[in-house]
Design a protein around this ligand. Structure first.
Ligand SMILES: *[C@@H]1O[C@H](CO)[C@@H](O)[C@H](O)[C@H]1NC(C)=O
Ligand SMILES: *[C@@H]1O[C@H](CO)[C@@H](O)[C@H](O)[C@H]1NC(C)=O
Ligand SMILES: *[C@@H]1O[C@H](CO)[C@@H](O)[C@H](O)[C@H]1NC(C)=O
Ligand SMILES: *[C@@H]1O[C@H](CO)[C@@H](O)[C@H](O)[C@H]1NC(C)=O
Length: 745
């Protein structure tokens, strides 16, 4: 228990332990002091704001980043004027220099304030900025700097690194270079700063840099850089400078600069640090206070009369186990089918037939239903593109992608995602009780997977909320507003990575929600499709789905000591153990193998080569299922044995003989009385008397007691030696299959 708590509290960011108290507020920690001090500072700053402050930002489009910025401003009561909203952006793209447009917009906006000596102007970018403090605190930090004009500082000299040496030196881990993403100053100084002309396409950072590096102008303007991140924190190249913490008092996330023990009020994901900012942004600006508060904001109420039209795009690019259950999951989605356009893309022959019959059976209920099969020879990228093109063609409001390994367990998943009101949102899906999931918390340098400090807690749902993450796969809902920027095309990346990159590039946030348990991923690794009934072979890789599909739904009840277990003959117990699917698949596997033994006493499968009481049978070894079946005995049979034969404890059970017997009138219809070479024997009926065959059953001679009304999927368990001398009764019609194990010989 203690361990569990420590793990919850001590999340990791990079190599640094991070104190995280989002779940439990007890249990103080050495690091807590600084966070508490910071909280006290915030409280102290709640004095009256006497200064006139004008806050400006630039955003031509209301991107997700802009929405995050505006939310953070609202949270801290910062009134912002947005410049350029709705205008065509003329400042180049994010990857290249540009931004003169911002300068020109700001110049126009601050011109009227030119003579207001006491007015303070704060400018910040918006798409990649988060405000984390009230204006009072921001102003106080500005005044403490004794500057008239204070710029944020960063670690890189950009865009012209040849200017490096022109900058004043700084000590230790301070930031030496000007960054144009945020600055604050008195109105006259800001006006003076902006007096020279700049082309919309020219670089704003270079423009301001030149002013700063001109010592005379710098002095005249009282211009300084916030090199110790007292007010501004630029994140690019500063990974080791900052640490996400949790404020003890408020249970809220804060970002601390660990070099200078500051809590910067304005955090800027400059340059390549957008993904880092997104990760911090999940916890900054009061998104959590023990519970996810941001989860309750901006929710969409669904109007049942006017529900969005959604393209349901099922993507099956590889063979997956338990595809029948996957399709059941699709049917489970609680949403009017007339609002759903179904398209199934498959590139797997194994699944073609199931897809066809699914669409034939259910297709009519949907607004439209189409499929492409392996015979159409589309690769995954083309398949996704096709689904996407269809969604656009149908003028869908959303496209909901679901891959063949994503099993929906909660039919409310689509409605719940819609309510979250995001451009892109996914439910958390993970392999059952594993850490493999459908999102990445961070990216490596090459754009591949990297673990984030909160990854494990999100996957295990120790931390519940919605999270902005850099990569999502398997199942996600995309609003039509981003159809224009979403792309599956890339020269190096696969379709998933290409899509995520296209969204990151466009500044579209990918959210993942684990607010409910929505479903899970099956494990398709090493899925052998060459065998008959391949699902049956996946107990080790997919224990959860295997159990769901193959273990009788009433199995567990029988482990409860208060459940009475039937005893049709003395010490012969009768229990539900497997499903019809188990029986049907195993019989099919055996019949597909086809080489039943000849029923003679010579049996070269056995060590001595001799069988005293031969049957027509196939051993599990012969179909590659011996190891799996021993696991089945251990997991499912042994607990029942321990219930009915109290005190006998052998774990794991041993069995050298696990085999299916086939009785039929024209082959071997019965078996003479015998003892089994076992401590106990199990005998599972693989098909149904009176439906599949007539006659048959098992008779225990000592008690003159027969079990003839056997039930498919039910198991007889009885002692093997001495008392339970038994015979196989005559099958008069059809074929009877039973699955036998001699346990602990
Ligand atoms: C700079 O920061 C790193 C990592 O936080 C630290 O190990 C190092 O001692 C710091 N250097 C100085 C000069 O403060
Ligand atoms: C499980 O048990 C319940 C109650 O005993 C019964 O109604 C139900 O039919 C059983 N399920 C199956 C699949 O046999
Ligand atoms: C066992 O069954 C009893 C009676 O049905 C029930 O009250 C009890 O909760 C069950 N125990 C477990 C562990 O399921
Ligand atoms: C065995 O049971 C059958 C019917 O259950 C009965 O007809 C028969 O007489 C019994 N045999 C002996 C030896 O008791």
């Amino acid at each position: 228990m203690q361990k569990q708590q420590e793990r919850t509290l001590l999340l990791r960011f990079g190599a640094l332990p991070v104190l995280f108290l989002l779940l439990a507020s007890q249990g103080a920690h050495a690091d807590a002091g600084a966070a508490a001090d910071a909280a006290a500072d915030v409280a102290a700053a709640e004095s009256n704001l006497n200064d006139k402050v004008e806050v400006f930002t630039v955003a031509t489009e209301p991107t997700d980043g802009y929405a995050r910025y505006i939310r953070s401003a609202r949270i801290y009561d910062v009134k912002v004027t947005t410049l350029g909203l709705g205008e065509h952006w003329k400042g180049g793209d994010m990857q290249h220099p540009g931004g003169g447009f911002k300068v020109n917009l700001l110049r126009k906006a601050v011109a009227p304030l030119k003579d207001e000596q006491d007015t303070i102007v704060l400018f910040t970018d918006s798409y990649d900025v988060i405000i984390t403090a009230k204006l009072e605190e921001i102003v106080e930090l500005f005044k403490e700097s004794k500057a008239k004009l204070l710029f944020s500082a960063e670690k890189f000299c950009w865009p012209d690194s040849s200017l490096t040496d022109a900058y004043p030196e700084v000590e230790g881990n301070a930031s030496r270079f000007l960054n144009s993403g945020a600055f604050i100053g008195y109105a006259p100084q800001v006006n003076a700063l902006l007096e020279e002309a700049i082309d919309d396409m020219d670089d704003d950072q270079l423009y301001y840099t030149k002013v700063f590096l001109d010592e005379a102008r710098r002095a005249k303007l009282g211009m300084k850089l916030d090199t110790q991140s007292r007010l501004f924190q630029n994140l690019h190249g500063a990974k080791n400078d900052v640490k996400l913490k949790v404020d003890i008092e408020s249970n809220q996330g804060i970002l601390q600069n660990v070099n200078f023990l500051t809590t910067p009020a304005i955090v800027h994901g400059n340059g390549l640090s957008k993904v880092d900012l997104n990760a911090y942004g999940n916890y900054l600006a009061k998104t959590f206070n023990g519970i996810c508060t941001v989860c309750q904001e901006y929710l969409l109420e669904l109007d049942e009369q006017h529900l969005p039209v959604i393209s349901l795009s099922v993507i099956v690019p590889m063979a997956v186990p338990f595809f029948d259950q996957f399709l059941e999951g699709i049917e489970k989605i609680n949403y009017p089918k007339q609002n759903l356009h179904l398209l199934i893309y498959s590139n797997v022959e194994l699944h073609d037939a199931d897809i066809k019959s699914f669409v034939n059976k259910h297709g009519e209920k949907y607004a439209s239903a189409k499929y492409t099969l392996s015979t159409d020879n589309l690769d995954e990228r083309q398949g996704r593109q096709l689904a996407f093109d269809q969604a656009k063609l149908r003028k869908s409001d959303y496209i909901f992608f679901i891959d063949g390994d994503a099993h929906i367990d909660d039919g409310e998943v689509l409605r719940e995602l819609l309510k979250l009101n995001k451009q892109f949102v996914a439910p958390l899906f993970a392999k059952y009780h594993e850490l493999w999931s459908n999102f990445w918390g961070a990216l490596s340098e090459g754009g591949f997977y990297a673990r984030s400090h909160d990854y494990v807690d999100i996957v295990k749902r120790d931390l519940i909320g919605i999270f902005n993450v850099p990569h999502v796969t398997s199942i996600y809902l995309v609003r039509s507003s981003v159809f224009d920027v979403l792309s599956f095309q890339h020269s190096e990346y696969d379709a998933d990575m290409a899509m995520c990159e296209s969204l990151r590039k466009a500044g579209v946030f990918m959210f993942i929600s684990n607010q409910r348990y929505f479903g899970h991923l099956v494990n398709a690794d090493n899925f052998d499709t060459k065998v008959a009934r391949p699902d049956f072979y996946t107990l080790f890789s997919n224990r959860y789905d295997w159990t769901e599909k193959y273990i009788h739904p009433n199995y567990s009840e029988q482990l409860n000591a208060s459940t009475v277990i039937e005893q049709p003959c003395p010490d012969v117990y009768w229990m539900a153990i497997v499903t019809d699917a188990f029986c049907d698949d195993l019989v099919a596997i055996m019949e597909n193998h086809g080489t039943w033994s000849d029923g003679s006493n010579n049996d070269n499968r056995l060590e001595g080569g001799y069988e005293a009481v031969p049957t027509r049978d196939i051993h599990m070894k012969q179909v590659g299922l011996e190891v799996l079946y021993l696991k089945f005995l251990e997991l499912f049979v042994r607990p029942l044995q321990e219930r009915v034969f109290t005190g006998y404890y052998h774990n794991p059970p041993r069995a050298l003989m696990n085999f299916m017997v086939r009785y039929r009138p024209d082959e071997q219809p019965s078996l003479r009385p015998h003892h089994d070479a076992s401590t106990y024997t199990i005998n599972i009926a693989m098909n149904q008397v009176d439906t599949d065959y007539e006659g048959g059953g098992c008779r225990f001679l000592r008690y003159n007691c027969s079990v003839t009304e056997t039930k498919k999927g039910w198991m007889l368990m009885h002692p093997g030696r001495l008392t339970h001398y038994h015979e196989g009764l005559l099958v008069t019609k059809g074929t009877r299959y039973i699955m036998i194990s001699f346990i602990d010989p």
